[in-house]
Design a binder for this molecule. Structure first.
Ligand code: AGP
Length: 370
């Protein structure tokens, strides 16, 4: 096992550090920047079916569901196809309206999650075309769906999903851009700009690992005794906030909630005092000014602010108690980079609390029961 961990203390840390490679592997052979194309056999065979969908419904559980939420933003923004995202466990039991004009995208790292499998069966019975996004090759879901793409993130052993999540975001980005280019919603210039950004992600993830690892390790020490955490983000980074909170809950057993930053005033603001740590994801793009006002409100209530900002940020950084800088990219790809320091934060807080990081209590890597 020590050999498999490749010198890292835990599989989770190894998998966090593998992300420049796993994202690269997701893109490999698919993103051909010089030729200006995205080549995906899984999509190409069903391009018409996907682009003619009246609606795309994404079904998944846990972290994969968070990826699905970002997938919704990506597909609606670039391909302009309406998307809904559902927990597979809810979908399967509520007699959803699904027809043969719908396309269902099922996302699962393991490809074995019972709720997701049952939801796929239901969608197929109702005539929908089901596209799978799985990591484990030849898994049940990958075999049962009508078409699909593998994320190719490599084996993920840690129960808390890390590299599978960023690879899911990468493949959803490829799909959204491919559909948008094909159906004419995305101009060639914009497509080229975005695929060039996508191509740069493995390097930027490498950079964020190198520049934030030691800092986050230090910051984590101050929160070993925390009992609650709030994670906030807007737009594409709202699901990233949900995912950051889930990581912390799963492995450190600290209660954490993720919220869209603008929802703070509708409830969670009541929780903020000097004992409440608040992680806020605030890249330069995407309603930065609004996030600045959120940070001001938190500051006025003495909440402890851990801000994730782009390099050179001033406004949010000046108010924050802790600042973690990450490289700039288009807003739609920023969760892929911002998630990395959040994974490290959850990891180190859990390690300092003496928790079993790779196998947290009560959790299994693939949930094959209802
Ligand atoms: C992630 O950290 C979790 N352990 C869990 O939420 C997981 O994402 C969920 O059970 C879905 O698993 P899947 O992607 O293998 O279907």
């Amino acid at each position: 096992e020590q050999i498999e961990k490749g010198g890292y203390e835990h599989f989770m840390l190894k998998e966090i550090f593998e992300q420049p490679k796993s994202i690269h592997d997701t893109l490999r052979g698919r993103l051909l920047v010089d030729e200006g194309i995205i080549k995906m056999a899984g999509i190409w065979d069903h391009l018409e079916r996907l682009n003619k969908a009246e609606r795309i419904v994404i079904i998944a559980c846990g972290t994969s569901w968070h990826a699905g939420l970002i997938g919704e933003y990506l597909i609606e923004e670039f391909a302009r196809i309406p998307v809904e995202v559902e927990y597979a466990s809810e979908f399967r039991y509520r007699n959803p309206i699904i027809t043969n004009k719908d396309v269902v995208i099922a996302i699962s790292q393991s490809g074995e999650t019972a709720d997701t499998m049952a939801a796929i069966k239901l969608a197929k019975e109702k005539g929908a075309f089901v596209y799978g996004i799985c990591n484990v090759v030849d898994s049940s879901i990958s075999r049962f769906t009508d078409g699909g793409s593998y994320t190719h993130a490599g084996p993920e052993i840690g129960v808390a999903s890390t590299k599978a999540f960023t690879s899911q975001l990468t493949i959803l980005s490829l799909i959204a851009l491919k559909l948008g280019k094909h159906n004419g919603n995305l101009s060639n210039v914009e497509f080229m700009r975005l695929i060039t950004e996508l191509d740069a992600l493995p390097k930027k993830v490498e950079e964020v690992l190198a520049t934030t690892h030691d800092l986050v390790k230090e910051i984590a020490k101050d929160f070993v005794g925390a009992q609650n955490f709030l994670y906030l983000g807007r737009g594409y980074n709202f699901p990233a906030a949900l995912e950051g909170a889930l990581k912390l809950k799963e492995i450190s057993y600290i209660h954490a909630e993720g919220y869209p930053a603008a929802e703070m005033k509708h409830g969670p603001i009541a929780l903020i005092d000097e004992n409440m740590p608040i992680v806020i994801i605030a890249p330069k793009q995407g309603h930065y000014d609004k996030v600045v006002s959120n940070v001001q409100e938190i500051k006025a209530r003495k909440g402890k602010i851990i801000a994730l900002v782009n390099k050179g940020d001033v406004q949010v950084s000046n108010m924050a108690d802790y600042v973690i800088e990450f490289p700039e990219t288009s807003e739609c790809f920023s969760p892929i980079i911002a998630s990395v320091p959040l994974q490290l934060l959850a990891y180190y807080i859990a390690v300092y609390r003496g928790a079993n990081v790779d196998q947290p209590r009560n959790l299994a890597k693939s949930v094959t029961v209802e």
